[in-house]
Design a protein around this ligand. Structure first.
Ligand code: BGC
Length: 741
C-alpha cells in the first residue's frame, strides 16, 4: 500500500486525490457539528425578494429579514433579482452584505452561495455581454463559439460576485410550440449534447476556484422540452426507449464531463412528477450515470407536488416525496415551509439524518470547490474581467455564424447599398425581439436596459448604407397601411417578422402560425411587385407556408442577441457570407410537426391503393438547411472499410470544394442510417459535424471517425446496442454503405 501511495505521489497522480479527500474530511467535520436545523437550511434556496425590497429602482437589503433567514432558518443560498438587472456595484453590495452577515451569524462559518440564471450571457448584470440564445448557437455548428460565450459569461458572473449559473438547458427541443424552445440547442440529440458540453466547458473551465469559472447547472432533467400540449410545464409522455435514446444522452455527457449541478424538470413524465421520481433522480441519475453533484429543484416545485401535481396530500408530504426521490437543494424560494417540514420529517425519523447529510455534503463540497471557504467575498481580480470590448465581438461573431439564409431566389441577396430600401415590420426596430428572453429582465421586454451602442436591424441597415447613394425608409405598419404606395417607391422591401421577447409560461401560444397581421402585411407588401426579403426574428419556428412564396429572400435570425441587428445587416448586404444551418425542422403545417430523425412510418402514406404507399416528408425547411452566397460541391465520399468490426474505427472522408466566387464557411454534417434493426430505425441521424472555411476555388478533405457506439440505439431491454447489419452514411447528397459485423 505504502509503495502504491509513493508511486502515485511520485507521478503526481495522488495530489488531486489527497487534496479532495482533505476537503471532504473538512466538510465531514463541519457536518458532524451541524444541527438538523442548520442542515435543512443548507438545503434551502431563497429568492432575493425574501430579504430585499426595491426602493427607487435600487435593491435595499432588509437586514431584519436577512438576519432572520440566517439566524432562524440557516439559509445557505439565495438567487435571482427582484425585477431587473443590477449594476456591478449593486451586485457587490448585495452579495457581500449577505456574505458578511452569514459569516458573522453562521456558527460553522459556512459561506453562502448566490445563484443566477445567466442563460445567454450574464443577463442580470447591467452592461454585460449578451449572446445569441442557445438555439442560435446551435445553428452556428461551432462549439468553440459556445465555449467562448460560456467563458465570457463565467467571467462576467464572477465579476458580479456570483459563482453558480442555472444554465445550460440540455433539454432536446422537439416540440417547437414550447415557449422555451429558444433555450434549447435544437431537436437533435448529438447537436444538443455537443453544444451543451461545449457551453459547460466554458462555464466550468478546469478549476471552479478560478475567477474565470462558475458552476454550471444542466437543466431540466428530464423531458421538460416535450410537453404533449406544447405548453410550458405540461405533462410529457415518453417511452423508456425514447427517454434513454433521445433525452438522457445530453445529461449523460454532461455528467461524464464533470458538470457540478443539475436542475429538475418542473413537469411530469408518464404521470409521475419528476420532482417525486426516485427512479429518475436516484436510480438512473446517481446509481446508473454516476452523478456526484447537487440536484436542485426548480422554482417552488416541491410545493407544487401538493398544490398542482396532486401526488402529495400536504406540503409536508411533498417535502418527503421530493427529498426521498433525491432532491438536495430546494428553490423554495419565498417561504420557509420546506425548511420546517424537512426538520420535522428528520425529527420524526421519516427521513434519516444520514440522508440529509449526503445532500448537505454535496452542497458544501460545491461551495468548497468554488473557493467560497477561501475567498468568500467578491474577488477584485474577477471584477476587472467585466465589460471588455472583445466580448461584444464574440457575440457578433456568434450571431453572424448563426443567421441562416433560407431562401434566395435569383440571388436577390446580397442587396446593393445604393438602393432604395423600405424597412418595415414589428421586429425591425426592436432590441427586445433580437435579445429575447432573460435579457436584463426575465421577460426581456424592457429596452431601457439595453446598451445604446447596440443597434436594431433598422439602425444597423442605416449605419451600413450611410454614405451610399441609396435611401432607407422606415414605416410603421400603420403608416404603410395608410400609404401603401411607400412600397412602390422602394427597390427592395425588408420586412422583419417574428416574435417579441417572452420567457417561460407567458410565452405559451395556441398556434405556431406566424400571427395573421404579419402574414397580411407581407401579402400587402408583395402586392407592390417589389422584391420582399423577410427576416424572421423569433424564438421558435412560426409557420410561414402561405407567405413564403411571396418572398424572394428569407433570413432566419432566431434570437441572435444584441449584436443581431449588425449581423443581420452584414448578411443582407453581403459583408458576411451566411453559414448557419437550421438546428430544427422548420414545419410547414401545424399538424405536421415531425423531427428530421423520424421513423419511416411518419412518412409512409397509403393513398387510394392500400398496397402501395408514398413517402411524404415535406417540412418548410429541413433540419441542417442553410444557404450560402457561394456554393460548395461535395465529392469522393470514402470509407476506410466497408466492414466494421467490434470497436474498430471507421474513417470517413469527403472532399468539399468552394465552387463559387466568395469565401465561405460550411458546416459539414455526417448522417447515418441503420437499414434494419429490432427497434424501428430512424430515417437518418446526425452523427458528426465540423465547420470549415474555404476561399473561392479551394478544396478541403474532411475526415470523420465513426465507431459502432456512434450508431448504437436503445433496444427493448433498454440497452445501448449496435446490431449487425448494413448501415448507410450520408454527407450532403453523397451516400456509402458499410456492414457492421
Ligand atoms: C425556471 C428555471 C430557472 C429558475 C430560477 C424557473 O422558473 O424554470 O429554468 O432556473 O426559475 O430562476
Amino acid at each position: 500500500m505504502k509503495k502504491l501511495i509513493l508511486f502515485l505521489l511520485a507521478n503526481g497522480i495522488g495530489a488531486g486525490l489527497f487534496a479532495q479527500s482533505l476537503d471532504e474530511t473538512k466538510i465531514d467535520t463541519i457536518i458532524a457539528r451541524m444541527s438538523i436545523e442548520e442542515k435543512a437550511g443548507q438545503m434551502t434556496n431563497m429568492a432575493l425578494v425574501t430579504i430585499a425590497d426595491e426602493k427607487n429602482g435600487t435593491v435595499v437589503l432588509n437586514m431584519e429579514k436577512l438576519q432572520q433567514a440566517i439566524q432562524v432558518y440557516h439559509v445557505g443560498s439565495y438567487q435571482n433579482v427582484l425585477n431587473h438587472a443590477y449594476s456591478l456595484d449593486e451586485w457587490h453590495r448585495i452579495v457581500d452584505t449577505i456574505q458578511s452577515v452569514t459569516l458573522r451569524l453562521e456558527k460553522h462559518k459556512v459561506p453562502s452561495l448566490y445563484c443566477i440564471d445567466a442563460v445567454h450571457g450574464t443577463n442580470y448584470t447591467k452592461g454585460s455581454a449578451l449572446f445569441p440564445h442557445n438555439l442560435a448557437m446551435a445553428a452556428t455548428r461551432n462549439p468553440d463559439l459556445a465555449t467562448a460565450g460560456g467563458r465570457i459569461t463565467a467571467m462576467e458572473m464572477r465579476a458580479s460576485g456570483i459563482r453558480y449559473n442555472f444554465s445550460p438547458v440540455l433539454d432536446v427541443g422537439r416540440q417547437p410550440l414550447w415557449p422555451r424552445f429558444a433555450e434549447t440547442f435544437g431537436e437533435d440529440v448529438y447537436l444538443v449534447k455537443t453544444m451543451g458540453a461545449a457551453t459547460i466547458k466554458g462555464y466550468e473551465g478546469t478549476d471552479l476556484k478560478s475567477t474565470t469559472s462558475v458552476a454550471a447547472c444542466m437543466k431540466h432533467y428530464l423531458g421538460y422540452a416535450v410537453p404533449a400540449s406544447g405548453k410550458d410545464r405540461a405533462p410529457a409522455y415518453i417511452s423508456d426507449i425514447q427517454l434513454r435514446e433521445y433525452f438522457l444522452p445530453p445529461f449523460q455527457e454532461a455528467v461524464q464531463t464533470g458538470t457540478r449541478t443539475l436542475m429538475v424538470n418542473s413537469a411530469e413524465i408518464n404521470g409521475i412528477p419528476v420532482h417525486a421520481n426516485r427512479y429518475l433522480l436516484t436510480d438512473l441519475l446517481r446509481n446508473e450515470l454516476g452523478f456526484k453533484g447537487v440536484v436542485i429543484s426548480d422554482w417552488e416545485d416541491v410545493k407544487k407536488l401538493y398544490e398542482r401535481h396532486k401526488t402529495a396530500e400536504s406540503y409536508k408530504e411533498a417535502v418527503y416525496q421530493s427529498v426521498t426521490a433525491g432532491i438536495d437543494l430546494c428553490i423554495v424560494p419565498v417561504d420557509y415551509n420546506f425548511t420546517q417540514y424537512l426538520i420535522q420529517l428528520v425529527k420524526e425519523g421519516r427521513i434519516s439524518e444520514q440522508r440529509i447529510d449526503r445532500s448537505v455534503k454535496r452542497i458544501l463540497m460545491l461551495k468548497k470547490e468554488l473557493g467560497l471557504f477561501d475567498v468568500p467575498f467578491v474577488e477584485p481580480s474577477a471584477i476587472v474581467q467585466f465589460g471588455k470590448p472583445e466580448y461584444r465581438t464574440t457575440s457578433l461573431e456568434a450571431a453572424r455564424e448563426a443567421i441562416t439564409l433560407l431562401k434566395n431566389e435569383k440571388n436577390v441577396l446580397p442587396l446593393a447599398k445604393n438602393k432604395k430600401i423600405l424597412v418595415i415590420g414589428p421586429t425591425a426596430d426592436s432590441k427586445t425581439s433580437l435579445c429575447g428572453a432573460w435579457s436584463y429582465t426575465w421577460q426581456g421586454k424592457d429596452p431601457a436596459y439595453f446598451d445604446v451602442r447596440d443597434l436594431t436591424v433598422l439602425a444597423a441597415i442605416r449605419e451600413k448604407t450611410a454614405g451610399a447613394a441609396g435611401e432607407v425608409k422606415f414605416a410603421t405598419v400603420k403608416e404603410f397601411e395608410s400609404n401603401t404606395a411607400l412600397a412602390k417607391k422602394a427597390d427592395y422591401i425588408v420586412v422583419c417578422a417574428g416574435e417579441d421577447s417572452y420567457a417561460e409560461t407567458p410565452g405559451n401560444i395556441n398556434s405556431l402560425e406566424l400571427p395573421d397581421d404579419q402574414q397580411r402585411l407581407v401579402a400587402l407588401l408583395a402586392k407592390s411587385g417589389k422584391p420582399v426579403i423577410m427576416v424572421l426574428i423569433e424564438g421558435r419556428p412560426r409557420i410561414v407556408r402561405e407567405i413564403e412564396p411571396l418572398c424572394k429572400g428569407i433570413v432566419m435570425a432566431y434570437w441572435p442577441g444584441p449584436q443581431g441587428g449588425r449581423a443581420i445587416a452584414d448578411i443582407l448586404f453581403g459583408d458576411v457570407n451566411p453559414s448557419g444551418k437550421l438546428p430544427f425542422t422548420y414545419p410547414r403545417n401545424t399538424g405536421d410537426i415531425i423531427a428530421y430523425d423520424h421513423k419511416l412510418l411518419d412518412e409512409a402514406v397509403e393513398k387510394v391503393d392500400p398496397y402501395s404507399y408514398t413517402l411524404e416528408f415535406n417540412p418548410q425547411w429541413q433540419f441542417g438547411f442553410g444557404l450560402s452566397y457561394t456554393s460548395f460541391a461535395y465529392s469522393n465520399l470514402t470509407l476506410s472499410t466497408d466492414t466494421l468490426r467490434g470497436n474498430a474505427v471507421l474513417k470517413i472522408s469527403v472532399t468539399v470544394k468552394n465552387t463559387g466566387a466568395k469565401a465561405g464557411k460550411e458546416a459539414v454534417e455526417l448522417y447515418s442510417k441503420d437499414m434494419f434493426a429490432s427497434i424501428t430505425p430512424s430515417v437518418k441521424r446526425l452523427r458528426k459535424f465540423t465547420k470549415i472555411t474555404l476561399e473561392p476555388g479551394a478544396t478541403q478533405q474532411v475526415m470523420f471517425e465513426l465507431t459502432a457506439a456512434d450508431v448504437a440505439f436503445v433496444n427493448k431491454e433498454l440497452k445501448w446496442v449496435t446490431e449487425k447489419g448494413e448501415f448507410e452514411v450520408m454527407v450532403a447528397g453523397l451516400k456509402k454503405s458499410f456492414v457492421y459485423q
